[in-house]
Design a protein around this ligand. Structure first.
Ligand code: GDP
Ligand code: MG
Length: 178
């Protein structure tokens, strides 16, 4: 909802990063609009979404940028990261390569992003945990610990931990800036 602009105390830009098809766009649509798409439609992705969140007595307007499919072509530009205070760094627990590629994404975040950017590591598709898990929860936890990140497993499909992931990021940004 864009109608509270004047009343907002803060505008926080944050970004979604991670390999193609890990579920970035669905995490955002779940959080912003409570919607989920079974098909992946990268080319018609929105560029960003807004959500107003109250933290204590402050109203925060969270502006969350999605890649609109550019990650497929390794064409994410520095302007995507510019001014971002937070990032959800997403992998797919059913595809090991998406976890291995986190190094590359972390490198990019640290190269282009703010030095005190809040990064939340997200292992998405936890609904497929029993049938096709390729990344143990401990692997996510230990990478997060080594890199100093928060960590959660989510399911955009079943709406598990999605709000928690975004709110953790937004609350931590609020702690950093206030
Ligand atoms: P993006 O390329 O990272 O933006 O990924 P998308 O959001 O487009 O999702 C890629 C595919 O994974 C789509 O077919 C989604 O329906 C599916 N997907 C996304 N999140 C989940 C989830 O939590 N569980 C399952 N089972 N599928 C998901
Ligand atoms: Mg997408």
């Amino acid at each position: 909802d864009d109608s509270f602009d004047e009343e907002c105390d803060y505008l926080f830009k944050s970004v979604l990063v991670g390999d193609s098809a890990v579920g970035k766009s669905n995490l955002l649509s779940r959080f912003a609009r409570d919607q989920f798409q079974f098909d992946s439609k990268p080319t018609i992705g929105v560029e960003f979404a807004y959500k107003n969140i109250r933290v204590g007595d402050k109203l925060i307007k969270a502006q969350i940028w999605d890649t609109a499919g550019q990650e497929r072509f390794r064409a994410i530009t520095s302007s995507y990261y510019r001014g971002a205070l937070g990032a959800l760094l997403v992998y797919d627990i059913t595809r090991r390569t998406t976890f291995e590629n986190l190094r590359k994404w972390l490198h990019e975040l640290r190269e282009y992003g703010n030095s005190d950017m809040v990064i939340v590591l997200v292992g998405n598709k936890s609904d497929l945990s029993n049938s096709s898990r390729q990344v143990n929860i401990e692997d996510g936890q230990s990478l997060a610990q080594v890199e100093g990140l928060s960590f959660l497993e989510t399911s955009a499909m079943e709406n598990l931990n999605v709000e928690e992931a975004f709110l953790q990021m937004i609350n931590k940004i609020h702690e950093v800036v206030s």
